[in-house]
Design a protein around this ligand. Structure first.
Ligand SMILES: *[C@@H]1O[C@H](CO)[C@@H](O)[C@H](O)[C@H]1NC(C)=O
Ligand SMILES: *[C@@H]1O[C@H](CO)[C@@H](O)[C@H](O)[C@H]1NC(C)=O
Ligand SMILES: *[C@@H]1O[C@H](CO)[C@@H](O)[C@H](O)[C@H]1NC(C)=O
Ligand SMILES: *[C@@H]1O[C@H](CO)[C@@H](O)[C@H](O)[C@H]1NC(C)=O
Ligand SMILES: *[C@@H]1O[C@H](CO)[C@@H](O)[C@H](O)[C@H]1NC(C)=O
Ligand SMILES: *[C@@H]1O[C@H](CO)[C@@H](O)[C@H](O)[C@H]1NC(C)=O
Ligand SMILES: *[C@@H]1O[C@H](CO)[C@@H](O)[C@H](O)[C@H]1NC(C)=O
Ligand SMILES: *[C@@H]1O[C@H](CO)[C@@H](O)[C@H](O)[C@H]1NC(C)=O
Ligand SMILES: *[C@@H]1O[C@H](CO)[C@@H](O)[C@H](O)[C@H]1NC(C)=O
Ligand SMILES: *[C@@H]1O[C@H](CO)[C@@H](O)[C@H](O)[C@H]1NC(C)=O
Ligand SMILES: *[C@@H]1O[C@H](CO)[C@@H](O)[C@H](O)[C@H]1NC(C)=O
Length: 454
């Protein structure tokens, strides 16, 4: 909570300063009849303001400091939604959304160019709590709109904000909160900027992923807090590659993996940087699970603190306590981890699939401090083998497990094994610093490595 507050204060000071730029055409939603009492649906009125703005060649659609209840709002080319401490509440009835479940979003932009959602602390709230049927810290039972036949399973709930096939997208100074399922989707877009924002959800709502980036180029995320129960940032390549993604100065808190590549990796991932990222209270730090042929290259993780806190959970898919977990059947090359500290229960896994499926090539770990504070989970390692059948029991009983790697450079690595509490010195006696079979690993250099009990 303290962290959120700091973020909000930072947001206020940042966004206040640049709110003076006048917009060309301003369309106020109140002029189009929006009431903003939080109970009356303002969907049509807000849509009318957006359509008028779009028809006029673009501009700003402004929201006063009120609460607007809506069904899906379609953002059109040239339109920026501008909030002033205003809130949009997503409706909780199925008829509030289009018939196609793929379009179940509170705010949706399709094939739009030059669009934005800009907040002076604007909030888009999915009212996800209202979909909880039975609260359970491990996996709540959620309302699912699956009785109509248009959508199946337990995931038929509306998402929050979606950009599909868009160009020049800006989301800035926003709070995107408690979606019924996942939060922000950036799909097949080019030139997307997300900054100074908070995406928050709930540990108890299953599948509430934070940011999904799919098949998109030139995506920049800065100064953003993602606090949710699914993966914080997920990258998928289903119909095209992901080129040039940069995430900086951000904080990630999540039940699953803070950063996740795949699954869904048919095309390449190239030119990706995560820099200056703090991960807290998460079950896993960085995961790459590439199984479908797309290759990954030039991927850098730098200046990251990864502090994991595994809270248990019945579902095997709730990943477990590894700071870095790379399991690949594709080729991954030029993968760098620079200036990383971690506190975790389990070790690092770097594993190519096999000699046939692909090896990890040219991997660097430079200035990496790994602290292991609990031996418990490592003992239970075999339990983690059912997450989509792809983990193949690759559980570390070591600080770092290496498999199918060609070219690994380690420079300045420190491993610390915490001796406090139940973890006496002898508790660590079965753990190795490194674990690899020479037959699967080639060309490894290690410079300046140390390991100590703490
Ligand atoms: C935001 O709303 C406040 C009053 O609630 C008003 O004074 C201020 O001018 C508004 N700012 C913008 C950019 O519209
Ligand atoms: C965008 O337009 C293209 C070409 O008309 C179309 O194929 C695609 O389905 C559209 N995308 C969305 C999300 O509607
Ligand atoms: C519908 O959703 C409920 C609640 O999430 C789930 O338990 C049920 O299995 C789903 N039914 C079908 C037919 O998918
Ligand atoms: C996107 O924005 C940039 C810079 O503002 C501009 O040069 C470019 O033409 C825009 N692209 C599109 C497709 O509108
Ligand atoms: C991203 O760039 C690649 C290579 O130029 C291109 O094939 C792909 O269509 C681009 N994707 C988008 C969404 O613009
Ligand atoms: C990221 O956001 C911070 C805070 O707003 C700002 O100081 C910094 O310049 C931004 N960095 C980039 C690369 O935009
Ligand atoms: C790792 O720990 C050493 C010794 O405490 C420290 O000098 C170094 O800065 C740390 N490196 C990182 C990346 O935190
Ligand atoms: C790693 O940390 C060192 C020392 O703080 C710094 O000089 C260097 O620029 C950092 N490297 C990267 C890639 O950020
Ligand atoms: C480790 O497991 C034991 C037995 O299940 C439990 O009593 C202890 O609290 C655990 N320690 C930690 C640090 O989780
Ligand atoms: C996972 O491991 C358990 C016990 O070790 C075993 O019974 C089960 O078949 C394994 N499942 C998979 C998918 O490998
Ligand atoms: C060994 O790996 C390093 C990268 O870690 C690479 O630069 C070098 O070319 C490799 N050497 C051989 C002989 O493959």
């Amino acid at each position: 909570m303290a962290l959120l507050l700091v973020f909000i204060i930072t947001l206020l000071s940042i966004t206040k300063s640049d709110s003076s730029t006048p917009a060309a055409h301003v369309f106020s939603v109140t002029d189009y009849g929006a009431v903003g009492d939080g109970n009356t649906y303002d969907t049509q009125q807000i849509q009318a303001a957006i359509d008028a703005c779009h028809a006029a060649g673009g501009g700003t659609v402004s929201f006063p400091k009120k609460i607007f209840l809506v069904g899906t709002i379609f953002l059109k080319s040239g339109v920026q939604l501008k909030f002033n401490d205003s809130t949009i509440l997503g409706g909780t009835k199925m008829e509030d959304y289009p018939t196609d479940p793929h379009r179940w979003f509170v705010v949706l932009a399709e094939n739009a160019t030059d669009v934005g959602i800009i907040g002076d602390l604007g909030t888009i709230d999915g009212q996800g709590e209202k979909y909880i049927e039975k609260l359970d810290e491990k996996s709540s039972v959620m309302k699912s709109w699956n009785t109509t036949g248009v959508c199946h399973g337990d995931r038929c709930r509306p998402r929050l904000v979606g950009f599909f096939d868009c160009k020049n997208v800006t989301v800035n100074g926003m709070i995107l909160r408690i979606p019924a399922i996942s939060n922000l989707h950036i799909v097949r877009c080019e030139n997307t900027f997300l900054g100074d924002s908070i995406l928050e959800s709930h540990f108890y709502i299953p599948h509430n992923h934070g940011i999904l980036i799919e098949d998109s180029n030139n995506t920049f995320i800065n100064n953003t807090l993602v606090d949710n129960g699914g993966n914080a940032i997920t990258l998928k390549t289903l119909k095209g590659p992901i080129f040039n993604l940069r995430v900086t100065e951000s904080e990630l808190i999540t039940k699953l993996s803070a950063i996740k590549f795949g699954s869904g990796s048919r095309f390449d991932f190239n030119g990706i940087i995560f820099d200056n990222i703090n991960v807290y209270d998460s079950h896993r730090g960085i995961t790459m699970q590439l199984r479908e042929g797309g290759m990954a290259s030039d991927i850098t993780f730098s200046n990251m603190n990864i502090n994991l806190d595994y809270k248990g959970g019945g579902k095997a898919e709730w990943t477990r306590a590894e700071p870095i977990y790379i399991v690949s059947k594709s080729r991954i090359s030029n993968l760098r981890f620079i200036n990383i500290t971690s506190h975790s229960e389990k070790g690092v896994v770097l594993s190519g699939g096999s000699r046939h499926e692909g090896v990890l090539r040219n991997v660097k770990l430079v200035n990496v401090n790994l602290t292991f504070y609990n031996t418990n989970l490592t003992d239970n390692a075999e339990l983690d083998n059912e997450s989509c059948g792809c983990n193949q029991n690759k559980q570390p009983s070591a600080g770092i497990r290496l498999e199918y790697i060609d070219g690994l450079l380690i420079e300045n690595m420190l491993m610390r094994w915490v001796r406090s509490g139940s973890n006496s010195e002898s508790a660590w006696k079965n753990f190795n610093t490194f674990d690899f079979r020479p037959s699967t690993v080639n060309n490894v250099s290690i410079h300046s490595f140390s390991s100590s009990l703490d």
